[in-house]
Design a protein around this ligand. Structure first.
Ligand code: ZN
Length: 436
Protein backbone atom coordinates (compact mmCIF):
# COMPACT_ATOMS: atom_id res chain seq x y z
CA UNK A 1 0.00 0.00 0.00
CA UNK A 2 1.70 3.18 -1.18
CA UNK A 3 -1.10 5.65 -0.76
CA UNK A 4 -1.73 8.71 -2.88
CA UNK A 5 -2.00 11.94 -0.90
CA UNK A 6 -5.76 11.89 -1.42
CA UNK A 7 -6.13 8.31 -0.19
CA UNK A 8 -3.84 9.09 2.73
CA UNK A 9 -6.04 12.08 3.69
CA UNK A 10 -9.16 9.88 3.56
CA UNK A 11 -7.66 7.13 5.68
CA UNK A 12 -6.32 9.70 8.16
CA UNK A 13 -9.82 11.16 8.53
CA UNK A 14 -11.31 7.67 9.02
CA UNK A 15 -8.75 6.91 11.73
CA UNK A 16 -9.44 10.22 13.46
CA UNK A 17 -13.19 9.50 13.32
CA UNK A 18 -12.67 6.12 15.02
CA UNK A 19 -10.62 7.81 17.74
CA UNK A 20 -13.45 10.34 18.22
CA UNK A 21 -15.97 7.50 18.55
CA UNK A 22 -13.89 5.80 21.26
CA UNK A 23 -12.81 8.97 23.07
CA UNK A 24 -15.79 9.37 25.49
CA UNK A 25 -15.66 5.76 26.76
CA UNK A 26 -14.28 5.50 30.31
CA UNK A 27 -11.69 2.75 29.97
CA UNK A 28 -9.56 1.31 32.75
CA UNK A 29 -7.39 -1.80 33.16
CA UNK A 30 -10.57 -3.84 33.64
CA UNK A 31 -14.31 -3.33 33.26
CA UNK A 32 -17.04 -2.39 30.84
CA UNK A 33 -15.12 0.51 29.26
CA UNK A 34 -12.57 -1.92 27.79
CA UNK A 35 -15.37 -4.28 26.71
CA UNK A 36 -17.32 -1.49 25.00
CA UNK A 37 -14.13 -0.39 23.21
CA UNK A 38 -13.30 -3.90 22.02
CA UNK A 39 -16.86 -4.43 20.77
CA UNK A 40 -16.55 -1.28 18.63
CA UNK A 41 -13.29 -2.64 17.20
CA UNK A 42 -14.94 -6.02 16.60
CA UNK A 43 -17.27 -4.29 14.12
CA UNK A 44 -14.21 -3.53 12.00
CA UNK A 45 -11.79 -6.47 12.37
CA UNK A 46 -12.16 -10.14 13.42
CA UNK A 47 -11.43 -9.92 17.15
CA UNK A 48 -11.66 -12.66 19.72
CA UNK A 49 -12.38 -11.25 23.17
CA UNK A 50 -10.91 -13.07 26.20
CA UNK A 51 -11.95 -12.77 29.85
CA UNK A 52 -9.46 -13.75 32.58
CA UNK A 53 -10.97 -14.15 36.07
CA UNK A 54 -9.97 -11.99 39.02
CA UNK A 55 -7.42 -13.74 41.21
CA UNK A 56 -5.68 -15.72 38.46
CA UNK A 57 -1.97 -15.82 39.18
CA UNK A 58 0.10 -14.35 36.35
CA UNK A 59 3.81 -14.55 37.17
CA UNK A 60 4.40 -12.28 40.20
CA UNK A 61 1.00 -10.60 39.82
CA UNK A 62 -2.67 -11.42 40.22
CA UNK A 63 -5.51 -10.44 37.92
CA UNK A 64 -7.15 -7.60 39.91
CA UNK A 65 -10.76 -6.99 40.82
CA UNK A 66 -12.88 -5.50 38.06
CA UNK A 67 -13.57 -1.75 38.23
CA UNK A 68 -16.75 -0.23 36.86
CA UNK A 69 -17.96 3.32 37.26
CA UNK A 70 -21.36 4.85 36.60
CA UNK A 71 -21.10 8.38 38.00
CA UNK A 72 -18.99 10.54 40.29
CA UNK A 73 -19.18 14.10 41.57
CA UNK A 74 -18.40 16.57 44.30
CA UNK A 75 -21.47 18.74 45.04
CA UNK A 76 -21.68 21.84 47.20
CA UNK A 77 -24.36 22.70 49.77
CA UNK A 78 -26.58 24.02 46.94
CA UNK A 79 -26.33 20.59 45.26
CA UNK A 80 -24.36 22.06 42.38
CA UNK A 81 -21.75 19.70 40.99
CA UNK A 82 -18.42 21.49 41.33
CA UNK A 83 -16.52 18.45 39.99
CA UNK A 84 -18.49 16.26 37.58
CA UNK A 85 -17.45 12.94 35.99
CA UNK A 86 -20.06 13.58 33.29
CA UNK A 87 -18.00 16.54 32.03
CA UNK A 88 -14.79 14.52 31.75
CA UNK A 89 -14.02 10.98 32.84
CA UNK A 90 -10.54 12.20 33.82
CA UNK A 91 -12.15 13.95 36.82
CA UNK A 92 -12.08 10.67 38.77
CA UNK A 93 -8.83 8.97 39.73
CA UNK A 94 -9.08 5.85 37.56
CA UNK A 95 -9.59 2.78 39.76
CA UNK A 96 -11.02 4.69 42.77
CA UNK A 97 -12.90 2.72 45.40
CA UNK A 98 -16.58 3.68 45.89
CA UNK A 99 -17.27 6.70 48.09
CA UNK A 100 -20.57 8.12 49.44
CA UNK A 101 -19.77 10.72 52.09
CA UNK A 102 -20.15 14.28 53.22
CA UNK A 103 -16.93 15.99 54.15
CA UNK A 104 -15.31 19.36 54.72
CA UNK A 105 -12.95 21.07 52.28
CA UNK A 106 -9.97 20.15 54.48
CA UNK A 107 -11.00 16.50 54.42
CA UNK A 108 -11.59 16.53 50.66
CA UNK A 109 -8.50 18.49 49.71
CA UNK A 110 -5.87 15.68 50.11
CA UNK A 111 -7.86 13.67 47.55
CA UNK A 112 -7.68 16.37 44.86
CA UNK A 113 -5.05 16.42 42.09
CA UNK A 114 -4.15 19.38 39.87
CA UNK A 115 -1.45 20.53 37.45
CA UNK A 116 -0.41 24.01 38.64
CA UNK A 117 1.92 24.50 35.65
CA UNK A 118 -1.08 24.11 33.27
CA UNK A 119 -4.00 25.72 35.13
CA UNK A 120 -6.67 24.72 32.57
CA UNK A 121 -5.72 21.05 32.18
CA UNK A 122 -7.06 18.10 34.17
CA UNK A 123 -4.37 15.54 35.07
CA UNK A 124 -4.88 11.79 34.48
CA UNK A 125 -4.21 9.81 37.64
CA UNK A 126 -4.72 6.17 38.57
CA UNK A 127 -4.78 4.18 41.80
CA UNK A 128 -4.65 0.61 40.53
CA UNK A 129 -3.61 -2.14 42.93
CA UNK A 130 -4.28 -0.01 46.05
CA UNK A 131 -7.48 1.00 47.85
CA UNK A 132 -7.63 4.72 47.37
CA UNK A 133 -9.81 7.34 45.72
CA UNK A 134 -9.55 10.86 44.40
CA UNK A 135 -10.64 13.54 41.95
CA UNK A 136 -8.62 15.42 39.33
CA UNK A 137 -9.45 18.98 38.35
CA UNK A 138 -7.97 22.08 36.77
CA UNK A 139 -5.96 24.15 39.17
CA UNK A 140 -8.18 27.10 38.19
CA UNK A 141 -11.25 25.24 39.53
CA UNK A 142 -9.26 24.16 42.58
CA UNK A 143 -8.40 27.81 43.36
CA UNK A 144 -12.08 28.81 43.09
CA UNK A 145 -13.06 26.07 45.55
CA UNK A 146 -10.20 26.90 47.92
CA UNK A 147 -11.36 30.55 47.92
CA UNK A 148 -14.77 29.46 49.21
CA UNK A 149 -13.21 28.34 52.48
CA UNK A 150 -14.25 25.52 54.79
CA UNK A 151 -17.55 24.42 53.23
CA UNK A 152 -19.08 20.97 53.30
CA UNK A 153 -19.33 18.83 50.17
CA UNK A 154 -21.19 15.72 49.14
CA UNK A 155 -18.67 13.32 47.61
CA UNK A 156 -19.89 10.43 45.48
CA UNK A 157 -17.96 7.87 43.46
CA UNK A 158 -20.59 5.44 42.22
CA UNK A 159 -18.16 2.66 41.31
CA UNK A 160 -17.66 -1.02 42.03
CA UNK A 161 -14.39 -2.81 42.58
CA UNK A 162 -15.29 -6.48 42.80
CA UNK A 163 -14.30 -9.92 41.51
CA UNK A 164 -14.93 -10.13 37.77
CA UNK A 165 -12.40 -10.40 34.99
CA UNK A 166 -9.73 -8.70 32.93
CA UNK A 167 -10.64 -8.31 29.26
CA UNK A 168 -8.34 -8.33 26.25
CA UNK A 169 -8.71 -9.16 22.58
CA UNK A 170 -6.71 -10.73 19.79
CA UNK A 171 -7.05 -10.56 16.01
CA UNK A 172 -5.24 -13.47 14.39
CA UNK A 173 -4.63 -13.35 10.64
CA UNK A 174 -3.18 -16.73 9.59
CA UNK A 175 -0.30 -16.84 7.10
CA UNK A 176 1.56 -19.52 5.14
CA UNK A 177 3.49 -20.49 8.27
CA UNK A 178 2.99 -20.45 12.03
CA UNK A 179 5.80 -17.93 12.55
CA UNK A 180 4.17 -14.85 13.99
CA UNK A 181 4.41 -11.10 13.89
CA UNK A 182 3.02 -9.81 17.18
CA UNK A 183 1.59 -6.28 17.20
CA UNK A 184 0.38 -4.91 20.51
CA UNK A 185 -1.35 -1.78 21.72
CA UNK A 186 -2.87 -0.87 25.08
CA UNK A 187 -6.59 -0.19 25.53
CA UNK A 188 -6.84 0.98 29.13
CA UNK A 189 -6.77 4.79 29.07
CA UNK A 190 -9.96 6.85 29.40
CA UNK A 191 -10.42 10.11 27.46
CA UNK A 192 -6.83 10.42 26.20
CA UNK A 193 -6.19 10.56 22.48
CA UNK A 194 -2.54 10.26 21.52
CA UNK A 195 -1.86 7.97 24.48
CA UNK A 196 -3.66 5.65 23.74
CA UNK A 197 -6.36 5.94 21.06
CA UNK A 198 -3.78 6.60 18.32
CA UNK A 199 -2.22 3.16 18.83
CA UNK A 200 -5.62 1.49 18.72
CA UNK A 201 -6.73 3.12 15.47
CA UNK A 202 -3.40 2.50 13.71
CA UNK A 203 -3.53 -1.18 14.80
CA UNK A 204 -7.11 -1.55 13.53
CA UNK A 205 -6.29 -0.05 10.13
CA UNK A 206 -3.09 -2.08 9.90
CA UNK A 207 -5.12 -5.25 10.52
CA UNK A 208 -7.54 -4.23 7.77
CA UNK A 209 -4.65 -3.76 5.34
CA UNK A 210 -3.00 -7.07 6.34
CA UNK A 211 -6.31 -8.89 5.80
CA UNK A 212 -5.98 -8.12 2.08
CA UNK A 213 -2.50 -9.65 1.73
CA UNK A 214 -1.34 -13.15 0.85
CA UNK A 215 0.58 -13.42 4.08
CA UNK A 216 3.81 -15.32 4.66
CA UNK A 217 3.64 -14.70 8.42
CA UNK A 218 0.72 -15.14 10.79
CA UNK A 219 -0.16 -11.78 12.35
CA UNK A 220 -1.46 -11.55 15.89
CA UNK A 221 -2.73 -8.13 16.97
CA UNK A 222 -3.24 -7.65 20.70
CA UNK A 223 -5.53 -5.08 22.29
CA UNK A 224 -4.63 -5.35 25.97
CA UNK A 225 -4.61 -3.26 29.15
CA UNK A 226 -1.09 -1.91 29.79
CA UNK A 227 1.20 -3.76 32.21
CA UNK A 228 -1.23 -6.20 33.85
CA UNK A 229 -2.80 -7.04 30.47
CA UNK A 230 0.60 -7.69 28.88
CA UNK A 231 1.71 -9.75 31.89
CA UNK A 232 -1.55 -11.73 31.72
CA UNK A 233 -1.28 -12.38 27.98
CA UNK A 234 2.38 -13.46 28.22
CA UNK A 235 1.62 -15.72 31.19
CA UNK A 236 -1.24 -17.46 29.35
CA UNK A 237 0.73 -17.82 26.08
CA UNK A 238 4.17 -18.86 27.33
CA UNK A 239 4.05 -22.12 25.36
CA UNK A 240 3.59 -20.24 22.07
CA UNK A 241 6.11 -17.45 22.47
CA UNK A 242 8.68 -19.33 20.33
CA UNK A 243 6.43 -18.61 17.35
CA UNK A 244 6.89 -14.84 17.71
CA UNK A 245 9.62 -13.91 15.24
CA UNK A 246 8.97 -10.17 15.17
CA UNK A 247 7.07 -7.79 17.43
CA UNK A 248 5.91 -4.21 17.43
CA UNK A 249 4.27 -2.00 20.05
CA UNK A 250 2.22 0.95 18.89
CA UNK A 251 1.73 3.96 21.15
CA UNK A 252 1.60 7.75 20.79
CA UNK A 253 1.53 7.52 16.99
CA UNK A 254 -0.88 10.39 16.26
CA UNK A 255 0.83 13.69 17.15
CA UNK A 256 2.54 15.90 14.59
CA UNK A 257 6.08 15.14 15.83
CA UNK A 258 8.58 13.04 13.85
CA UNK A 259 8.42 9.23 14.01
CA UNK A 260 10.44 7.64 16.78
CA UNK A 261 11.40 3.97 16.90
CA UNK A 262 12.67 2.39 20.10
CA UNK A 263 14.71 -0.73 19.54
CA UNK A 264 14.00 -4.10 21.12
CA UNK A 265 16.10 -5.28 24.05
CA UNK A 266 18.13 -7.34 21.56
CA UNK A 267 18.98 -4.16 19.64
CA UNK A 268 19.77 -5.94 16.36
CA UNK A 269 16.54 -7.89 15.81
CA UNK A 270 15.19 -8.02 12.27
CA UNK A 271 12.33 -5.69 13.28
CA UNK A 272 14.94 -3.16 14.51
CA UNK A 273 16.76 -3.30 11.18
CA UNK A 274 13.45 -3.05 9.30
CA UNK A 275 12.38 0.16 11.04
CA UNK A 276 15.82 1.71 10.71
CA UNK A 277 15.58 1.08 6.96
CA UNK A 278 11.98 2.28 6.62
CA UNK A 279 12.63 5.50 8.54
CA UNK A 280 15.90 6.21 6.71
CA UNK A 281 14.06 5.96 3.38
CA UNK A 282 10.99 7.91 4.53
CA UNK A 283 12.49 11.24 3.45
CA UNK A 284 11.45 12.71 6.81
CA UNK A 285 13.23 13.44 10.05
CA UNK A 286 13.03 10.62 12.60
CA UNK A 287 14.56 9.39 15.84
CA UNK A 288 15.85 5.97 16.78
CA UNK A 289 16.25 5.22 20.46
CA UNK A 290 18.00 2.35 22.19
CA UNK A 291 16.02 0.06 24.44
CA UNK A 292 15.37 1.14 28.03
CA UNK A 293 13.56 -0.99 30.60
CA UNK A 294 10.77 1.56 31.04
CA UNK A 295 7.92 3.01 29.02
CA UNK A 296 5.01 0.90 27.79
CA UNK A 297 4.87 -2.85 27.52
CA UNK A 298 8.40 -3.44 26.30
CA UNK A 299 8.92 -3.70 30.07
CA UNK A 300 7.09 -7.03 29.89
CA UNK A 301 7.69 -8.32 26.35
CA UNK A 302 11.42 -7.49 26.63
CA UNK A 303 11.90 -8.64 30.24
CA UNK A 304 14.92 -10.96 30.42
CA UNK A 305 12.96 -14.22 30.71
CA UNK A 306 10.73 -13.35 27.74
CA UNK A 307 13.06 -11.24 25.55
CA UNK A 308 10.83 -11.06 22.47
CA UNK A 309 12.20 -9.09 19.50
CA UNK A 310 9.71 -6.30 20.10
CA UNK A 311 10.32 -2.70 19.06
CA UNK A 312 8.10 0.29 19.74
CA UNK A 313 6.86 2.82 17.19
CA UNK A 314 5.92 6.27 18.52
CA UNK A 315 6.02 9.84 17.35
CA UNK A 316 6.90 12.22 20.23
CA UNK A 317 7.83 9.85 23.07
CA UNK A 318 5.33 9.72 25.93
CA UNK A 319 6.92 11.90 28.56
CA UNK A 320 8.33 14.42 26.09
CA UNK A 321 5.08 16.12 25.12
CA UNK A 322 3.50 18.37 27.75
CA UNK A 323 -0.07 17.16 27.09
CA UNK A 324 0.89 13.56 28.04
CA UNK A 325 -1.50 12.13 30.67
CA UNK A 326 -3.64 15.28 30.81
CA UNK A 327 -6.97 16.43 29.39
CA UNK A 328 -5.00 18.34 26.73
CA UNK A 329 -4.11 14.98 25.12
CA UNK A 330 -7.43 15.31 23.31
CA UNK A 331 -8.67 14.83 19.76
CA UNK A 332 -7.10 18.15 18.70
CA UNK A 333 -3.67 16.71 19.39
CA UNK A 334 -4.32 13.88 16.92
CA UNK A 335 -3.41 14.78 13.37
CA UNK A 336 -5.10 12.73 10.60
CA UNK A 337 -1.93 13.17 8.52
CA UNK A 338 0.27 11.83 11.33
CA UNK A 339 -2.06 8.86 11.91
CA UNK A 340 -2.01 8.01 8.19
CA UNK A 341 1.78 8.45 8.07
CA UNK A 342 2.30 6.14 11.07
CA UNK A 343 0.07 3.55 9.39
CA UNK A 344 1.99 3.88 6.13
CA UNK A 345 5.28 3.28 7.93
CA UNK A 346 3.89 0.16 9.63
CA UNK A 347 2.59 -1.15 6.30
CA UNK A 348 5.95 -0.51 4.63
CA UNK A 349 7.74 -2.25 7.51
CA UNK A 350 5.47 -5.30 7.26
CA UNK A 351 6.11 -5.40 3.47
CA UNK A 352 9.85 -5.53 4.21
CA UNK A 353 9.37 -8.31 6.77
CA UNK A 354 7.27 -10.30 4.30
CA UNK A 355 9.84 -9.91 1.52
CA UNK A 356 13.08 -10.29 3.48
CA UNK A 357 14.88 -13.57 2.73
CA UNK A 358 18.42 -14.80 2.21
CA UNK A 359 19.68 -16.11 -1.13
CA UNK A 360 22.78 -17.71 -2.56
CA UNK A 361 24.35 -16.57 -5.82
CA UNK A 362 24.42 -19.64 -8.10
CA UNK A 363 27.15 -18.11 -10.29
CA UNK A 364 29.58 -16.72 -7.73
CA UNK A 365 32.84 -17.04 -9.69
CA UNK A 366 33.07 -13.75 -11.57
CA UNK A 367 29.94 -11.95 -12.73
CA UNK A 368 27.29 -13.85 -14.65
CA UNK A 369 26.57 -12.38 -18.10
CA UNK A 370 23.48 -10.26 -17.57
CA UNK A 371 23.28 -8.99 -21.19
CA UNK A 372 22.24 -12.29 -22.86
CA UNK A 373 19.65 -12.76 -20.14
CA UNK A 374 18.12 -9.38 -20.96
CA UNK A 375 19.07 -8.00 -17.56
CA UNK A 376 21.72 -5.53 -18.65
CA UNK A 377 21.20 -2.53 -20.87
CA UNK A 378 24.72 -1.11 -20.82
CA UNK A 379 25.59 2.55 -21.14
CA UNK A 380 22.80 5.04 -21.48
CA UNK A 381 20.29 3.14 -19.41
CA UNK A 382 18.54 5.52 -17.09
CA UNK A 383 16.22 5.94 -14.19
CA UNK A 384 14.73 2.85 -12.64
CA UNK A 385 16.69 0.49 -14.92
CA UNK A 386 20.00 1.89 -13.84
CA UNK A 387 18.99 1.57 -10.20
CA UNK A 388 17.66 -1.93 -10.83
CA UNK A 389 20.97 -2.98 -12.37
CA UNK A 390 22.85 -1.59 -9.38
CA UNK A 391 20.51 -3.55 -7.12
CA UNK A 392 21.17 -6.77 -9.09
CA UNK A 393 24.93 -6.34 -8.82
CA UNK A 394 24.71 -5.73 -5.08
CA UNK A 395 22.53 -8.81 -4.60
CA UNK A 396 24.80 -11.03 -6.69
CA UNK A 397 27.82 -9.79 -4.78
CA UNK A 398 26.42 -10.13 -1.27
CA UNK A 399 24.24 -13.23 -1.64
CA UNK A 400 26.86 -15.46 -0.07
CA UNK A 401 24.71 -16.85 2.73
CA UNK A 402 25.71 -14.13 5.17
CA UNK A 403 23.39 -11.31 4.08
CA UNK A 404 19.63 -11.17 3.79
CA UNK A 405 18.00 -8.78 1.33
CA UNK A 406 17.50 -6.19 4.06
CA UNK A 407 21.21 -6.19 4.85
CA UNK A 408 21.90 -5.73 1.13
CA UNK A 409 19.42 -2.82 0.99
CA UNK A 410 21.16 -1.22 3.96
CA UNK A 411 24.67 -1.72 2.58
CA UNK A 412 23.72 -0.44 -0.89
CA UNK A 413 21.53 2.36 0.48
CA UNK A 414 18.85 1.30 -2.02
CA UNK A 415 15.20 0.97 -0.98
CA UNK A 416 14.11 -2.53 -0.02
CA UNK A 417 11.31 -2.63 -2.62
CA UNK A 418 13.88 -2.18 -5.41
CA UNK A 419 16.16 -4.86 -3.94
CA UNK A 420 13.18 -7.21 -3.74
CA UNK A 421 12.24 -6.47 -7.36
CA UNK A 422 15.83 -7.13 -8.51
CA UNK A 423 16.00 -10.38 -6.53
CA UNK A 424 12.82 -11.60 -8.21
CA UNK A 425 14.37 -10.97 -11.63
CA UNK A 426 17.53 -12.89 -10.69
CA UNK A 427 15.48 -15.80 -9.36
CA UNK A 428 13.51 -15.88 -12.61
CA UNK A 429 16.79 -16.27 -14.48
CA UNK A 430 18.10 -19.03 -12.17
CA UNK A 431 20.87 -16.89 -10.75
CA UNK A 432 19.71 -17.06 -7.12
CA UNK A 433 18.48 -19.78 -4.80
CA UNK A 434 16.88 -19.29 -1.43
CA UNK A 435 19.11 -20.05 1.49
CA UNK A 436 17.32 -21.46 4.55
ZN1 ZN B 1 -0.26 6.23 29.42
Amino acid sequence: MILSLHAQANIGEAMHALAAELYPICRSITGDGVRATLRRLQERIPLEIHEVPTGEQVFDWEVPCEWNIRDAFVADEDERRVIDFRESNLHVVNGSIPVHATMTWSELRPHLHTLPQHPDWIPYRTCFHRDDWGFCLTSRRFAELAARGERRYEVVIDATLAPGSLTYAEAVLPGECDDEVLISTHVCHPALANDNLSGIVVAVHLARELQRWNRRYTYRLLFIPATIGAITWISRNQHNLHRVKHGLLLSVVGDAGPSTYKRSRRGDAEIDRVFEHVLEHSGETFNILDFEPFGYDQRQFCSPGINLPMGCLMRTPNEQYPEYHTSADDLNLLSPEALADSLQKCVTAMRVLEGNRSYRNLNPCCEPRLGPRGLYRGFGSEGNHRELQKAMLWILNLSDGGHDLLAIAQRSKLPFALIRQAADLLIKHDLLEEQF
